[in-house]
Design a protein around this ligand. Sequence first.
Ligand SMILES: Nc1ncnc2c1ncn2[C@@H]1O[C@H](COP(=O)(O)OP(=O)(O)OP(=O)(O)O)[C@@H](O)[C@H]1O
Length: 303
Amino acid sequence: MESVISVKNLSKNYGAARAVNNLSFTVYKGEIFGIIGPNGAGKTTTLEILEGISVPSGGEVEVLGLVPSKQLRELNKKIGVQCQATSIQKKMKVKEALDLFSSFYEGPAQKDYLIDLLGLKEKLNVKFDDLSGGWKQRVTLALATLHEPEILFLDEPSMGLDPSARREMWSLIRLLRDRGSTIVVTTHYMEEAEQLCDRVAMIYSGQLKALNTPHELLNEGAADCLAFTSAGLSREYLLSLPGVERVENNLDEFKVYCDDQQTTAFHIFTHCQEKGIRLADFKFEKGSLDDLFVQYLEKEKIG
Ligand SMILES: Nc1ncnc2c1ncn2[C@@H]1O[C@H](COP(=O)(O)OP(=O)(O)OP(=O)(O)O)[C@@H](O)[C@H]1O
């Protein structure tokens, strides 16, 4: 596999605060690489260093064989960065924005192709500010892709989109990947990481906590859970059962994360039978990346 981004022992300090702390990873050509983490984890800072917008405090970064902080002009010809919707003039029409951005690039910009691919034809004469959130994201995606970048950087590309617009956005991102771009994407949405990304780096407090395919991350670490409703069971009782790692509840709705669903279910059923406690909507659920993420955060708090 060809490496297109190499990050070794990267750190970034803001005064005494460490936004990124000894981070190392490699991104391979043609993959959708996700960076996930809670607010303040260091996702945007990492992305900005890769894009050459921010200078690292320590470590080594190479993007397509270039050092972003020193070779920005060359890098900008090869990478695409999705800008925030707020950075486009509100009154500018979609067509005008596409023309303006195309004029920044020397080579033949693939404007017409992108208009077709992203279905922008019907919106060309609409002012940017009159577009819905989903359409704004499509336009900023097109603007970042006009020069057929080798790597496309997307910071929270589906932030604020409804579930159907989010799915459409994923399809578009996959199309761009299938056309040959490598995609680096940050996200808060674990479902997005699970559905969209080929590999995912989980970061917390600027440090890498896990890096793998979503499937392997789940196999390695995510606890499965039992979900049910019961007015007669307490959180304390459930936490006292062997093999139970965590209990989430909202009034009488419970999620019990455990290492062996069968055994834990057996304990709960036996207890409820003996005490005459009613259980409803009992389900065996697979762990998700969301669950895995909460597990990491809880371990971190305890540690
Ligand atoms: N320009 C700056 N000056 C000082 N501190 C900063 C600056 N930019 C980021 N930070 C701090 O660095 C840490 C990482 O911020 P960053 O924006 O990279 O996190 P993030 O994972 O992208 O968060 P979010 O999901 O909220 O966007 C935070 O504690 C943040 O407050």
